[in-house]
Design a protein around this ligand. Structure first.
Ligand SMILES: [Zn+2]
Length: 155
């Protein structure tokens, strides 16, 4: 999937330390019907206040790049951030077909980047490397308190 770079951080924004290539962090926004462009825009303009951003934000039609791929992002607490070259937000939709398309795009990107970084396609296991949810990071690495993408019920 082609990445829209309209809200990509510039060189003086965020962290430009290389992340370890251990985990992909899977998030979801918990902002029902918030499209990827709006979420990515909020990350970009809030960089110095909210200080929260991930690498990719995906919905049913596009994917925005925010943080530089391969570099530390500020999405899942200090420990998770250091280990993840790609953290991704799934946008949630009450419309079922939009939700399904967004989810399909999300899984496609997770697979693509896991492969690119040599990260195993396992989900939330006890292994040190793999695809992990933000919830897993909260419970296994700490310095985080979110449980997404679990426990949400917009669709
Ligand atoms: Zn999250």
């Amino acid at each position: 999937m082609k990445l829209n770079k309209k809200y990509a951080l510039s060189a003086n924004e965020g962290t430009y330390a290389l992340a370890k290539r251990d985990i992909i962090v899977a998030h979801s926004t918990a902002t029902p019907n918030g499209e990827a462009g709006a979420i990515a825009h909020n990350m970009k303009v809030g960089i110095n206040t909210a200080q929260t951003y991930v690498h990719l934000v995906v919905d049913y039609k596009e994917c925005y790049l925010v943080g530089g791929l391969g570099y530390v992002a500020w999405g899942s607490g200090y420990y998770g951030n250091q280990l993840s070259p790609m953290q991704i937000e799934l946008c949630e939709f009450t419309n079922k077909s939009q939700a399904k398309k967004a989810y399909r795009n999300y899984i496609g990107l997770i697979r693509e980047y896991a492969q690119k970084y040599g990260i195993p396609l396992t989900l939330d296991t006890n292994a040190k490397r793999g695809v992990e949810t933000h919830n897993w990071v909260t419970h296994n690495l700490g310095n985080a308190d979110h449980s997404d993408p679990y426990g949400q019920h917009w669709y």
